[in-house]
Design a protein around this ligand. Structure first.
Ligand code: MV4
Length: 451
């Protein structure tokens, strides 16, 4: 096994990766910015190297500084976590060029999945269904109109380089199309420096369902079932659960196998997630593939009883996947709540600052992944996720009850958080029935405020 790895990240995910590494007998190197000198991931690592000033484009995103830290400390591999450089093919290439193993897929696989329209074509070629859409980029609004007339309105104009809902516009009829076409292209150019767009049939009230996979260097893979991440706000996930109440065992198997086929078609290696839209009629469509570990991977860990990060590291070393598809089964139900330093009463505006109290819930079926402690400052430079609260229950109903209990027991003072917003969301009758779609927050929580 590797003797030492570098974790190119901060916050809860840096700790998460270091925990698995330590259990595997691997020494860890943390990197940190000047704003993170007193951060928990620095304390828990065996060694730590400062890689620059607070802004991420001067520290966590500076490839040469991270490579230098790995070479200087004798780390053999780099785990990128999520965010920052995790899906940067150039970074994966720089690792390899310097004799370091990038814990993740090849630069080629990252690139193929990083471009929306190439990813769509790859999925189609692998036999994975995609939302009915234009085969590739659409050049003119006349071409767009011809396509929309064929599949019917509403249609979605989507940026090829897009992500996170940017450069995405719904056109409800032919009159609307010119306007939405212009808007999507302008937004795409501003956000990605590329105004290439394509069209899709627009699905009404879909669910966001994603499949977790792991594939070793010999191409042996397994799907670790799905997560339902329909509860999102402006394309930021807030609550994730597994399994999805919407899937039959047959659909689950079909989606899992499709995800593995897609992975095989790009010689995928490591952990990955295939994100799908799940339509009201039971059809599923490929949306995108995330070529990294995700924030919500722990939801899956709780229902399959496997350490996904440990498996990632082991695969990167060249070991075979430690289990087969037949060894896996779903046990119970898990839900994750993202605890963000944001004020849900002020349009979720970031709420960095000093934390004066940080009392985390515990007990049976509760997991909290966090880097935060009372007395620490949350720097304003990075994302606002400060903790993940995960609950497990034998049934979904039990998981919801445990979630409410744990949220009530989570006390954070000094900053605003999403804790009581989560409680209110769980308390909605539609959450209990599982009739939760991507418009849940808009529809159910639009007027939310507490006493
Ligand atoms: C869609 C869609 C409906 N129809 N595509 C939003 C983010 C981007 N990655 C894809 N998104 C959507 N694509 C078609 N053809 C609805 C959404 C969508 C959505 C998807 C997942 C989770 C939350 C969402 C919220 C609004 C819209």
């Amino acid at each position: 096994m590797f003797k030492k790895i570098l974790v190119a990240n901060r916050g809860e995910v840096a700790l998460r990766v270091m925990r698995s590494a330590r259990e595997m007998g691997i020494k860890t190197v943390a990197v940190y910015s000047q704003a993170d000198v007193n951060s928990r991931h620095v304390e828990e690592a065996d060694e730590a190297i400062c890689i620059g000033p607070a802004p991420s484009n001067q520290s966590y995103l500076v490839i040469p500084n991270i490579i230098q830290a790995a070479l200087q400390t004798g780390a053999e591999a780099i785990h990128p976590g999520y965010g920052f450089l995790a899906e940067n093919a150039e970074f994966a290439r720089a690792c390899t060029d310097n004799g370091l193993k990038f814990i993740g897929p090849s630069p080629e696989a990252i690139n193929k999945m990083g471009n929306k329209s190439i990813a769509r074509e790859t999925a189609t070629a692998a036999g994975v269904p995609v939302v009915p859409g234009s085969p590739g980029a659409i050049e003119t609004v006349d071409e767009a109109r011809a396509f929309a007339d064929r599949v019917g309105y509403p249609v979605l104009v989507k940026a090829s380089a897009g992500g996170g809902g940017k450069g995405m516009r719904v056109a409800v009829d032919a009159d609307d199309l010119q306007k939405q076409w212009d808007a999507a292209r302008t937004e795409a150019l501003a956000a990605f420096g590329d105004d290439t767009v394509y069209l899709e049939k627009y699905l009404l009230r879909p669910r966001h369902i994603e499949i977790q996979i792991l594939v070793d260097q010999n191409g042996k893979g397994a799907y670790l079932y799905e997560r339902d991440c329909s509860v999102q706000r402006r394309h930021q996930k807030l609550i994730e659960e597994a399994p999805s109440v919407a899937l039959t065992p047959e659909r689950r198997k079909e989606m899992g196998e499709a995800a593995l086929q897609l992975a095989a078609s790009v010689d995928y290696e490591g952990a990955g997630t295939v994100e799908c839209l799940f339509d009201q009629d039971g059809s599923f469509y490929f949306m995108e593939m995330n070529t990294r570990i995700q924030v919500e991977h722990c939801v899956t860990e709780m229902i399959v009883d496997r350490d996904i990060v440990a498996e990632q590291i082991s695969i990167a070393y060249g070991n075979p996947l430690s289990f087969s598809q037949e060894d896996l089964s779903i046990r119970g139900h898990a839900i994750e709540f993202r605890i963000n330093a944001e004020d849900p009463r002020k349009n979720f505006q970031p709420s960095p600052g000093r934390v004066t109290r940080f009392a985390v819930p515990g007990g049976y079926g509760v997991r909290v992944d966090t880097y935060l402690e009372a007395g620490k400052d949350i720097p304003p430079f990075y994302d606002s996720l400060v903790a993940k609260l995960l609950v497990w229950g034998a049934t979904r109903e039990e998981a919801i009850a445990r979630g409410k209990r744990a949220l009530k027991e989570f006390h954070v003072e000094g900053i605003a958080t999403t804790i009581d917003f989560h409680y209110a969301a769980l308390d909605r009758p539609v959450f209990e029935t599982g009739e939760v779609y991507t418009d849940f927050l808009e529809k159910e929580m639009g007027d939310w405020d507490v006493e």
